[in-house]
Design a protein around this ligand. Structure first.
Ligand code: BES
Ligand code: MN
Ligand code: MN
Length: 459
């Protein structure tokens, strides 16, 4: 162990140089102009697996972006980890708000800036280096490991479910391990045990059959931008609750024990507001900030467009307006059911003056993982050793749609061992990863692999 850890210590610069080459590939899964790069990124991951000493390393085609799978099985008596992560990244827009270009890594104040540094390339790379470091010093890993790295997580993992269904035997394991979430705060490592689900919708509002002169027609025709704004504004009430009848029907209530545990976590609304530059917080009355983002369902408008948005003024009453709206879901809500609920509600409230169409883009279910599992115990011990601090237990507001499928299809619980931080700008300009957490993550992964056999005994 000592040799392995001092090797990691010595390799820090090499790790950063190599990670930069992964971060330089613009594998934006939602934009087809990047398809060649996305494939190149899958190939990079496949080649990386060969380089670090994995035996099997293979690209699997899907109707969308390729899946990379690799494994190293040394002894059926050892515990087997199914590691899951994603090599795809979110779009970079608005590009002009990046301090340095998103696909050219830049280190400032102990942070590595690049799209994908925290979500999720930097975090999968942590495990690549942990495996490599062990194999450089030992003949074998202390575990069997199966690595499943997909290229469509940021677009809802639409082809992964079929892959898992078709490869149940190959993916057989004792637990799933994912590093694609955040620690509670700097210096406070944590284990995440809950994620929200998602239902992602798009609304299009069509008014007149063509764009009109806003002077000649304005006042006589319902402007689709206005109609859409009225619809969106009506979706929350004055208590910050989602104003769709039935929206909360299936919601699993949080226990008072869990609410008490949340209360004990260090949190300051004041600091949160200051960091975000907002003068007041907004949300469902009666819930704390952590509760609002972790255990309550919510609805957000992610984007809205229509009419003239180029330079200067153009007087126009546009024919169309659109918006992208997502609902974050909590345990016991069904994304399919919520898609229907949303669609029917929008149709019902749409004024006769416009035509409204609603489309569901993708979805996934919320998950809560058991805290007593062997994997969680091993992870807690590993974090304690690597960061010198016992981890906190937290839930998160984001979504990883496949986690529920791992449980349903493979019967596996997931350990969410994240090394990002909540303020690292995932999905936004200047995404970065803290380097202490990056190197601490490599140490944690190594400890975790060794700890696991103390908690999972096979006969
Ligand atoms: N890594 C995130 C999920 C996440 C975010 C976990 C924050 C914990 C905290 C993941 O890459 C992600 O962004 N997922 C999408 C899912 C979607 C596109 C189906 C999300 O949450 O928006
Ligand atoms: Mn991610
Ligand atoms: Mn993401």
């Amino acid at each position: 162990m000592k040799n392995i850890l001092s090797f990691v210590e010595k390799s820090k610069q090499n790790y950063l140089d190599e990670l930069k080459t992964l971060l330089a590939i613009p594998s934006v899964s939602s934009q087809s102009k990047y398809n060649p790069d996305t494939r190149k990124c899958a190939e990079w991951v496949r080649d990386q697996f060969k380089k670090i000493g994995m035996t099997k390393s293979q690209i699997f085609e899907t109707p969308g972006h390729p899946i990379v799978y690799s494994e190293l099985i040394s002894d059926p008596k050892k515990p087997t980890i199914l590691f899951y992560g994603h090599y795809d990244v979110q779009p970079v827009d608005p590009i002009n708000l990046w301090t340095t270009p998103p696909f050219e890594s830049n280190i400032r104040d102990g942070n590595l800036f690049a799209r994908g540094s925290a979500d999720d390339k930097g975090q999968i790379f942590i495990h690549f280096k942990a495996i490599e470091a062990i194999l450089k010093h030992e003949r074998e890993l202390p575990i069997n490991i199966k690595m499943l790295i997909e290229g469509e997580e940021e677009v809802g993992s639409v082809n992964l479910e079929n892959f898992v269904k078709a490869n149940k035997k190959m993916l057989k394991a004792d637990l799933v391990l994912i590093s694609d979430s955040a620690m509670y705060a700097k210096g406070l490592p944590s284990i995440c045990y809950g994620l929200r689900g998602l239902a992602y919708m798009e609304i299009e509002v069509v008014g007149p059959n063509r764009d009109l002169h806003s002077g000649s027609f304005g006042g006589a025709v319902h402007n689709p931008i206005q109609a859409l704004s009225e619809i969106i504004a009506s979706l929350h009430d004055e208590k910050g609750r989602v104003n769709i009848p039935g929206f909360y029907n299936d919601v699993q209530k949080v226990t008072s024990k869990e609410r008490q545990a949340f209360k004990r976590l260090p949190f300051s609304d004041k600091k949160y507001m200051k960091d975000l530059g907002v003068g007041e917080l907004y949300g469902e009355v009666g819930y704390s900030t952590n509760e609002r983002t972790w255990v309550r369902p919510t609805l957000e408008c992610n984007g809205i467009w229509g009419g003239y948005i180029e330079q200067g003024a153009k007087t126009v009453l546009p024919s169309k307006a659109s918006a992208k709206i997502s609902m974050r879901l909590v345990p016991n809500q069904s994304s399919k059911k919520m898609e229907k609920l949303f669609t029917n509600h929008i149709k019902k409230i749409a004024p006769k003056s416009v035509k409204v169409t609603v489309k569901a883009l993708h979805g996934g279910e919320a998950v809560v993982t058991p805290l007593e599992s062997a994997g969680v115990k091993a992870a807690a011990s590993a974090l304690n050793k690597a960061f010198g601090k016992k981890p906190l237990f937290q839930r998160e507001g984001g979504s990883i749609p496949i986690v529920v499928q791992f449980k349903h299809l493979l019967g596996l619980d997931t350990v969410l061992l994240g090394f990002g931080l909540p303020d690292e700008n995932a999905h936004s300009p200047d995404e970065h990863l803290n380097l202490d957490n990056f190197f601490g993550g490599i140490r944690t992964a190594i400890y975790f692999y060794y700890e696991l056999k103390n908690y999972i005994k096979k006969t």
